[in-house]
Design a protein around this ligand. Structure first.
Ligand SMILES: [Cu+2]
Length: 340
């Protein structure tokens, strides 16, 4: 590993490196544009809620940053993506934009980027590709789990409030990117030893963070606590319909459950569903699974007396995903829904 490419980032340090991106912002334009972005492949350590330090890698905004997931990219059909990836580490990596459907061949790939090298891909997005995509490193089948991933949102050309032409409309949009961490894998990569043949996740993250429940150090800090991270927390007034683009970078299938409202379930693994179902629990499949769903921010229908404000959880109903370190409950992949 290149020494300058390594970041010692404890929980606090790591937090300070995160950019407060929050919601995706988008405004329509009639002409196509070129969207240029440079990512730096960096590595460092992240401190988990049980104090264990984990080696991670990311597609970062600069050599001094460690962004997990990467800062998201939003664009529209017809735009040209011009993405440069600078590999600050010593080992070979790559960068691919996932296919329309999970399991499809990538839309675009840099090919190998040797240690210390860089590559640029230029990709013009064809019509019909509106949707949510994971970009990641598929040089190995495990690099994605180390943190080398991020979200790409492609809007239908000329639309501000539909995820595909004719979809139900929304006001805001964000990503929930899930990942699972097996410390043994990360340690083997760090040490250059044999990659384990089994995968036993001990940490479960949403947008790179775990929940830190009340009483835990860091609780309430939006740069450390997934409950308050502005990229993850859904906060809105009645009617603030929010599209959530859910991507699963990890190895485990999850059961995403929102409280207070059902979500309008639009897509599964890149395919538009034949009907929009209202669901409170939706499966987010493993192996690059993805779903898109709108949280409608309606007054909770069955509450008496009626409720229009309050805090509600989004958690995953597979119990292990709500733990850290093999047992710390409520230190997993969850966030908050806030009716303001
Ligand atoms: Cu629940």
């Amino acid at each position: 590993m290149e020494r300058r490419g390594f970041l010692k980032a404890g929980t606090a340090g790591f937090a300070s490196l995160m950019t407060g991106t929050g919601l995706l912002s988008w405004s329509t334009r009639s002409e196509a544009a070129t969207i240029s972005k440079t990512f730096y492949i960096t590595a460092g350590t992240q401190t988990m809620p049980d104090g264990v330090s984990i080696y991670v890698k990311g597609f970062s905004d600069s050599s001094a940053d460690l962004n997990i997931p990467a800062t998201p990219i939003i664009c529209q059909e017809g735009d040209t993506l011009e993405i440069t990836v600078i590999n600050r580490l010593a080992v070979t990596h790559n960068f691919v934009i996932g296919g329309l459907k999970a399991g499809d061949a990538p839309l675009a790939s840099t090919g190998d980027i040797a240690g210390g090298g860089s590559k640029t891909i230029t990709y013009t997005i064809p019509t019909g590709k509106a949707g949510s995509y994971l970009f990641y490193d598929n040089k190995t089948n495990y690099n994605v789990f180390l943190g080398l991933h991020g979200g790409l949102a492609i809007m239908p050309a000329g639309k501000t409030n539909q995820m595909y032409s004719g979809s139900p409309t929304f006001k805001k949009q964000t990503f929930w990117i899930f990942n699972d961490i097996d410390p043994a894998l990360n340690k083997a990569v760090q040490d250059g030893t044999a990659i384990p043949t089994s995968f036993t996740p001990r940490y479960f993250t949403i947008n790179g963070l775990t929940s830190l429940p009340p009483g835990a150090p860091g609780h309430g800090d939006p740069t450390r606590d997934a409950l308050f991270d502005t990229r993850s927390q859904l906060a809105g007034y009645l009617g603030d319909r929010t599209l959530v683009r859910m991507l699963n970078a990890g190895m485990c299938t999850h059961s995403m459950h929102v409280h207070a409202n059902h979500m309008e379930w639009l897509t599964d693994r890149g395919s538009v569903r034949p009907q929009v179902w209202k669901k409170d629990t939706i499966q987010v499949r493993n192996k690059l699974g993805k779903i898109d769903a709108i949280y409608p921010f309606e007054a909770p229908p069955d509450a008496y007396p009626p409720v229009t404000t309050g805090h509600f959880p989004m958690h995953l109903h597979d119990e292990m995903s709500q733990t850290a370190g093999g047992g710390m409950y409520q230190f997993g992949a969850m966030t908050e829904i806030v009716f303001k």
